[in-house]
Design a protein around this ligand. Structure first.
Ligand SMILES: Nc1ncnc2c1ncn2[C@@H]1O[C@H](COP(=O)(O)OP(=O)(O)O)[C@@H](O)[C@H]1O
Ligand SMILES: Cc1cn([C@H]2C[C@H](O)[C@@H](COP(=O)(O)OP(=O)(O)O)O2)c(=O)[nH]c1=O
Length: 228
């Protein structure tokens, strides 16, 4: 494997959590901070990230797979992930570029597994298949009350003059989102070496700072300061 200019392997970081907790916002901010430290990084998302995976994303989020059930959907998310790993994640890491993904495998475990009732055995097997050894080096779980997250999303839609339509999963009831929140906490507890929970109920700047402290603590090569 090639190494980054800092002579450390490129890192793979994922963001997880419920709807509207600020994942995309913080992924963008992390990219800016990495750039300031001369780390080359790509931003990606799931489901999606490659043309084939984006095709699966549209199919699922438009609700066309809903009748197939959570098990088949878990397989579809994994099929998208397999392409994403093979075509984007692995090649970038191999050439020394960090990869920052807005959602990854923990979303399948939280949504289709713990919430959708798909058996752990299938979720585990799909994870082995799709990741092909590319377990994230760090997973940041953004955590907050879903009611507040929805208010943020609604507020922004009003400000932008947009209708609040919502995809398949955004249309679920509040209780469903509360269970989902707990699922992400449980996943983090079961993967303490990889997952860190950060409160998303803070200003964007405060969350960014908490994430940067975590990332620099985890990857000491970043503490060298910005490259000249
Ligand atoms: N810390 C924050 N405080 C207030 N609003 C926020 C914060 N972070 C993000 N937002 C706003 O909340 C909405 C959802 O954020 P977004 O990053 O798209 O979340 P996600 O990717 O988790 O769905 C956006 O309108 C965004 O501007
Ligand atoms: C990656 C992944 C996403 N999802 C769901 C979570 C979201 O509801 C949706 C992705 O839509 P997206 O618009 O990216 O949601 P958000 O902005 O909240 O991150 O797909 C799964 O159910 N399983 C998965 O494996």
């Amino acid at each position: 494997m090639l190494e980054s200019p800092h002579r450390h392997p490129a890192r793979f970081i994922t963001f997880e959590g419920g709807e509207g907790v600020g994942k995309s916002t913080q992924v963008r901010r992390l990219l800016v901070n990495l750039d300031r430290h001369s780390i080359s990084a790509v931003r990606t998302r799931e489901p999606g990230g490659t043309p084939k995976a984006e095709a699966i994303r549209s199919f699922i989020l438009q609700g066309r797979s809903e009748a197939w059930g959570a098990g088949a959907e878990a397989v579809l998310f994994a099929a998208a992930r397999l392409d994403h790993v093979n075509q984007l994640i692995a090649p970038n890491l191999a050439k020394g570029t960090w990869v920052i993904s807005d959602r990854f495998c923990d979303s399948t475990r939280a949504y289709q597994g713990l919430t959708g009732g798909v058996d752990d055995t299938l979720i585990d097997a799909l994870e082995v298949l799709a990741l092909d050894g590319h377990t994230p080096d760090l997973t940041i779980v953004l955590d907050m009350d879903p009611e507040i997250a929805f208010q943020r999303v609604a507020q922004r839609a009003v400000e932008d003059g947009l209708a609040l339509t919502g995809d398949r999963f955004e249309k679920e009831e509040l209780d469903w989102h509360k269970r989902l929140r707990q699922n992400f906490i449980d996943i983090a507890r079961n993967n303490r070496d990889r997952c860190y929970v950060i409160s998303a109920n803070q200003s964007e700047d405060a969350i960014e700072q908490a994430i940067w402290e975590l990332v620099t603590d985890r990857f000491p090569e970043l503490s060298d300061g910005p490259a000249a």
